[in-house]
Ligand binder design. Sequence first.
Ligand code: SF4
Ligand code: SF4
Length: 305
Amino acid sequence: MSNQGIPENPDLKRLDKDVEVEIFDAIRGPGEGNPVLPARLRPEDSFCFSCHKDIPCWNACCHGADVTLTPMDILGLSRHLGIRLREFLTEYTLPAIWDKANLPVAKLKMSGADGKGPCMFMVEEGCSVYDARPVTCRYYPLGLASVKPKGADHKEDFYFLVKESHCEGHDEDNRQTVSDFRQEQGIDVYDRVNRGWMDIVMKMASWRSLGGPYGKDLSTQVKKMFFMVSTDVDALRTFILETKFLESYEVDAEAVEAIKTDDEVLLSLGFDWMKNVMFNEPTVSLKEPVLREAISKARENMGAT
Ligand code: SF4
Ligand code: SF4
């Protein structure tokens, strides 16, 4: 995902009128003019594109790329490199604010004093972490938008094409459907693990014009929690297992066992917890005595007896 250089596209902008949430994902690299093509693509729609080592622009897109790392990217890359999460975060990422949602995120570090040099994983042959490359790199040159029409129960995903002038892959005679492209790029597992995180980011983006959920900016502490959940499963595991979290929230015994070793289950609980903290969604439940105490405190604060 990238938050840089996303242009105001009149056709996509019109979505504002009929949707509750909207997000643009996976536009990688500095924007140039208006590279987002206005057509909405469905999984069965096709487009022409091919990227291969003999293309004249080989590696051009991996310089100064603006790559926001999703939770699954961070897990996958640190596992692939065989290093601890903290080491990965320090060596290869920079903290940033994703301003479309006003949330702290980790971005892939680019080399060069101005961050416009090659990606630290770029080698002459291409991407040295290809099997674990971030989902933004997998999606390129597609973008993802997820919308929830007013009154609808579910969000709908659709795609759009990003056509940057330096990318010659669009001129290649290789027509494929969005669905085939996604499969070839191994995107499904990323979307599955990141879904709860995407829900949060999308919701924050939709609240952005009002200043935050229910018109209030999130506290610094909540933003820090979101950053921990998004970037550091080790810290999240310690937080859940070694603080009063399990005394406060209902988490069944099977899930408690699973989160000791399963990062995906842990992340899923982390996202549910953040949805509860940030938006008051009923995704996790307080235990009865904690709930009673909270209600009693709230009544006291309102002057009730
Ligand atoms: S991770 Fe790989 S594909 Fe992505 S910008 Fe870096 S070198 Fe390019
Ligand atoms: S074709 Fe596009 S994606 Fe492939 S190397 Fe060239 S600029 Fe990058």
